[in-house]
Design a protein around this ligand. Structure first.
Ligand code: PBG
Length: 325
């Protein structure tokens, strides 16, 4: 008790504070998402995500080399195809934009960078929903078949990790089964297990041109009011064979990152999504907050909550900041 106990003693100098610091993150915890656009020849700025770009295929390896240099272990690929249709067929075309990108990344960089791919249809369907739609409703089981085809085409191209993000029931089971059947027993599944219908995805949907043309995604993505349901979603994905589980968005679900890590003790990823990034960027640009310090605080909080892996658009900046510190 005071005066013998003085908590401020361990805060007196930055050196002592370093010694007693409980949570640190490093570039090795990061996954960096990038957008690859089949319709462009040169990188294009993403308006709503300052500092982020849509890349043409011929720029992807260069971008990836930078990640390797920064000691970031993995990239998460999102594709913007030339052609969209009702069933998102360019998502499972073996010469689709992502399949080509995987082949060039793995061909040039081998295992020095892990390639993770998003397994979803919303960027590829004309209606912008994450599967086959009939009468305004997303059909679950027919969609599974398409997700299997996407996963196999990515695995054939050389993907290390596939990440189903559509919140389609049974998607992890279906993908694990088909990958195993085709001999891809080593391809990892990182499941977007608890993905909420969140307004924080707005800038991403601009970037990936994947906003739904009618309705929203609340019929398949989770209601952010529900915590126990998130645990149940994770439990099912674990049973279905997920190797890594993910909570998304990160900042508004720190409690769930904590709970999920405690309950399942599996590698746990948190997606620090586009809106979380852009809010910090925007307020930083206005001079209302210190972008770098706020980003540090947020990334530390996500780690402290229990995330082993952070998917973040800040990955490159944060890797540089910690290097220069
Ligand atoms: C679906 C997908 C989305 C994000 C990642 N995968 C968009 C959505 O569900 O509408 C959002 C990520 C972000 O906001 O950074 N393919």
């Amino acid at each position: 008790m005071f005066p013998k106990v003085r908590m401020r003693r361990l805060r007196r100098t930055s050196r002592i504070r370093d010694l007693v610091k409980e949570t640190v993150f490093s570039s090795k915890d990061f996954i960096y998402p990038i957008f690859i656009d089949e319709n462009i020849e040169a990188p294009e700025k993403i308006e709503a995500m300052p500092g982020q770009y849509r890349h043409p295929l011929n720029n992807v390896v260069e971008e990836a080399k930078e990640l390797v240099q920064l000691d970031i272990p993995a990239v998460l690929l999102f594709g913007i195809p030339k052609n969209k249709d009702e069933t998102g067929s360019s998502a499972y075309d073996k010469d689709g934009i992502i399949q080509q990108a995987i082949r060039s990344l793995k061909g040039e960089l081998g295992d020095s960078l892990s390639v993770i791919t998003d397994i979803c249809l919303c960027e590829y369907t004309s209606h912008g929903h994450c599967g086959i739609v009939d009468n305004g409703r997303l059909l679950n089981d027919p969609t599974l078949e398409l997700l299997e085809r996407i996963a196999v085409s990515h695995a054939e191209a050389g993907a290390d990790i596939v990440a189903p993000s559509g919140m389609i029931d049974g998607q992890v089971h279906s993908i694990r089964e088909v990958l195993d059947k085709k001999g891809f027993t080593d391809v990892v599944i990182m499941a977007y297990s608890a993905k909420f219908a969140s307004s924080f995805y707005g800038p991403f949907r601009d970037a990936a041109r994947s906003a739904p043309s009618f309705g929203d995604r609340s019929e398949y993505q989770m209601d952010y009011a529900n915590g126990d349901e998130a645990i149940r979603e994770v439990e099912l994905d674990v049973k279905e064979g997920a190797d890594i589980i993910m909570i998304k968005p990160a900042l508004s679900n720190l409690d769930l990152i904590y709970r999920v890590k405690k309950v399942f003790r599996l590698p746990t990823a948190a997606y620090n999504v586009s809106g979380e990034y852009s809010m910090i960027k925007a307020a930083g640009e206005k001079g209302w907050i210190d972008e770098k310090r706020v980003a540090y605080e947020v990334l530390t909080a996500i780690k402290r909550a229990g995330a082993d892996i952070i998917i973040t658009y800040f990955a490159k900046d944060a890797a540089r900041w910690s290097r220069d510190k």
